[in-house]
Design a protein around this ligand. Structure first.
Ligand SMILES: Nc1ncnc2c1ncn2[C@@H]1O[C@H](COP(=O)(O)OP(=O)(O)O)[C@@H](O)[C@H]1O
Ligand SMILES: [Mg+2]
Length: 112
């Protein structure tokens, strides 16, 4: 299993959610966050105006997916969240040791 963490533009969240559900992603967690990348936020547009702070609103998506799905998940997030402008975001991939569904004690892929 892999943990995919994606930081994307907030207005792309719904499209990304739908795209991921369509390919069989079973669960995800979403947090409204603020962050910055290489440009330190300054040169990024948000809701039509230039942002004069280091931190720009983003959405953080966390989803744990089976090994046979994660390359597809990355491709899809990248395609769907891309505008080609600064601040489109980043995707990080981390290995996951195990997953446990508390209600049933299922583990691994079955717990996702
Ligand atoms: N190295 C990093 N570690 C953690 N989060 C990051 C990192 N780089 C970018 N982010 C997150 O991704 C968001 C979008 O980054 P982005 O501006 O697209 O990156 P860059 O300017 O480096 O191309 C940032 O606001 C931040 O929340
Ligand atoms: Mg940037």
């Amino acid at each position: 299993m892999k943990l995919i963490i994606a930081y994307i533009k907030p207005f792309k969240m719904d499209d990304v959610k739908i795209a991921l559900q369509d390919i069989g992603v079973k669960g995800m967690s979403v947090t409204e966050i603020k962050g910055f990348g290489r440009q330190k936020g300054h040169t990024e547009l948000y809701r039509g105006s230039e942002y004069h702070t280091d931190f720009i609103p983003k959405v953080k998506i966390e989803t744990v997916v089976p090994d046979d799905l994660y390359t597809k998940v990355i491709e899809l997030i990248s395609e769907t969240a891309k505008t080609g402008k600064m601040g489109d975001g980043k995707i990080f991939v981390l290995p996951v040791e195990n997953a446990i569904r508390i209600r049933t004690d299922e583990t691994g892929d079955e717990a996702l």
